[in-house]
Design a protein around this ligand. Structure first.
Ligand code: HEC
Length: 122
């Protein structure tokens, strides 16, 4: 191979490496999120739906020890009675609400079943 084509090849490799590094550095933190080993992809998705819709009352740990949780007297979701609750009954409570708990009509049925599994795991 001629020296010149070798030079051009090295240049092409250098440019590619530079562009790839720059593109990687531009990935926002949220997209680059790497779950911890004990968090399955499913678990992470459930937890984010829970945090977005439930945690302001029930808290990230489900114990409902939050300002809104105390105000509305929200149930402790780590209680045995919640773990043993019929999944269909819990889905109805999540979808339609109960007492001071608002309903979640915008959630899909698969999001609701994922929430039921997540709540029972708390
Ligand atoms: C505005 C506060 C609030 C939010 C937000 C909220 N809850 Fe509740 N939740 C309550 C209250 C208050 C109760 C008790 C209702 C009652 O029995 O009158 C309750 C009850 C429950 C129960 C029934 C427990 C039992 O023993 O009967 C479950 C399950 C539950 N919530 C899950 C969820 C999930 C899942 C979400 C998110 C999609 C959520 N809640 C969002 C306030 C809230």
């Amino acid at each position: 191979m001629h020296n010149k084509s070798l030079f051009l090849m090295a240049k092409a490799i250098a440019v590619t490496a530079f562009v790839a590094t720059a593109a990687f550095a531009m990935i926002p933190q949220s997209m680059a999120y790497v779950p911890l080993p004990f968090e399955s992809a499913e678990n992470v998705a459930q937890a984010s739906v829970y945090r977005a819709n439930c945690a302001r009352c029930h808290g990230n740990d489900g114990r409902s020890n939050t300002k809104e949780g105390r105000r509305t007297e929200a149930d402790d979701l780590t209680d045995e009675s919640v773990k043993n609750m019929d999944a269909a009954k819990m889905s109805r409570i999540i979808r339609n609400g109960k007492g001071d708990m608002p309903g979640n009509k915008k959630l899909s049925s698969s999001q609701i079943s994922a929430l039921v599994r997540y709540v029972k795991s708390l």
